[in-house]
Write a protein that binds this ligand. Structure first.
Ligand code: NAD
Ligand code: LMR
Length: 333
């Protein structure tokens, strides 16, 4: 039997985490032979709810779940963790501007970056889910001087899964026979769901798809899917977000399938002309616990414009929280 790995989850009593922790404890993220220790973190006011969740986890008697620990602060909760799932964030309230949310959450993620730097395992892999996820990841990474920017990633797998699911329904092709769907940029309405490299049963997808449907129906549907779910359910997407987190972490830790391309928000290294110093979603492959950007796509004018449009939003977000980015970590990004 393997040694247990330590996984921290922030916002652990919230909607997404309430689905996620059961999947992790059942072995869906790291495999059916990998024991886990869950270090669950909440704000002090939510500790009762967290205790209730821990009781339900205990009641499942999961063989892989070695220990559950509960924490009301990240400094304690991140102790020695191998994986950190940063989900907790302040939700947007009525009357709140996007930039207000950015300020409040960036301050939370600055503290979390420092805590990962000071207390987590040196090889920790962190996934930022709390919105605005890409810029929160930048803040966390820049506040962790002893960790590499590549140890921080953000979630666009939900957007990728949405893009595949909706395409599968439209074309009648099973999701497993669709590959090469790419999400570029920010996890927001400026993201670019790109089908130019996508295949259906190994054949190029674009010739099989009417351009008008692609640009006028499909792209906006993916970009606005989060809002559409919020409007219908009254709460933001949670089960599908939990599934996407499982998919993202499993692929990052255990590797993508042969030839498979997935999308992850990562520190830009300048690939495809995207500014260094932002967390941007790229097509990647993963192997041996590391990701690599898939290079060499020959982008047309339509694609290049979309890549730049979502990049501009991320640069604007970055400008809004520049004061939370320590200067001494700038050169690494
Ligand atoms: P939720 O409000 O149900 O739960 C959030 C939890 O976080 C709450 O229990 C709250 O007490 C806790 N929390 C707040 N600040 C915290 C802190 N500093 N430390 C620890 N815990 C803290 O929200 P949810 O539906 O679970 O969504 C969580 C976040 O994920 C939101 O920001 C949401 O917008 C975002 N989200 C992102 C994606 C994505 O694809 N990137 C998808 C869905 C949701
Ligand atoms: C989503 O994509 O469902 C989340 O980021 C929630 C939102 O506000 O869109």
């Amino acid at each position: 039997m393997r040694r247990p790995i330590r996984i921290a989850v922030t916002g652990a009593a919230g909607s997404i985490a309430s689905h996620l922790v059961f999947k992790v404890a059942a072995g869906e993220m790291f495999g059916k032979d990998q024991p886990v220790i869950l270090q669950l973190i909440e704000i002090p006011q939510a500790m009762d709810a967290l205790l209730g969740l821990a009781m339900e986890l205990e009641d499942c008697a999961f063989p892989l779940l070695h220990t559950i620990t509960l924490h009301d602060n990240v400094e304690e909760g991140f102790n020695n963790v191998h994986y950190a799932l940063l989900i907790g964030a302040t939700p947007r309230r009525p009357g709140m501007e996007r930039k207000d949310l950015l300020q409040q959450n960036a301050a939370i993620f600055a503290r979390q970056g420092k805590a990962l730097n000071d207390y987590a395992n040196r090889d920790v892999k962190a996934l930022i889910v709390g919105n605005p996820a890409n810029t929160n990841a930048l803040v966390a990474a820049r506040n962790a001087p002893d960790l590499s920017p590549s140890q921080f990633t953000t979630l666009t797998r939900l957007d990728q899964n949405r893009a595949i699911g909706i395409l599968a329904n439209h074309t009648g092709v099973n999701p497993k026979d669709i590959d090469g769907v790419v999400i570029w940029g920010n996890h927001s309405t400026t993201q670019f769901p790109d089908l130019h490299q996508a295949t259906l049963y190994g054949n190029p997808a674009m010739p099989a798809i009417p351009m008008a449907w692609y640009t006028e129906t499909y792209i906006p549907a993916i970009q606005k899917r989060g809002g559409a779910i919020l409007e219908k359910r009254g709460v933001s997407s949670a089960p599908s977000a939990a599934q996407a987190i499982v998919d993202h972490m499993r692929d990052w830790a255990l590797g993508t399938g042969p030839g498979q391309i997935v999308s992850m928000g990562i520190a830009s290294d300048g690939s495809y002309g995207i500014a260094k110093g932002i967390y941007y979603s790229f097509p990647v492959r993963c192997n041996y616990g590391r990701y690599q950007i898939v290079q060499g796509f020959d982008l047309n004018e339509f694609q290049r414009e979309r890549l730049k449009f979502t990049e501009a939003e991320l640069l604007e977000e970055k400008a809004g929280i520049e004061h939370l980015l320590p200067k001494d970590t700038e050169a690494r990004h």
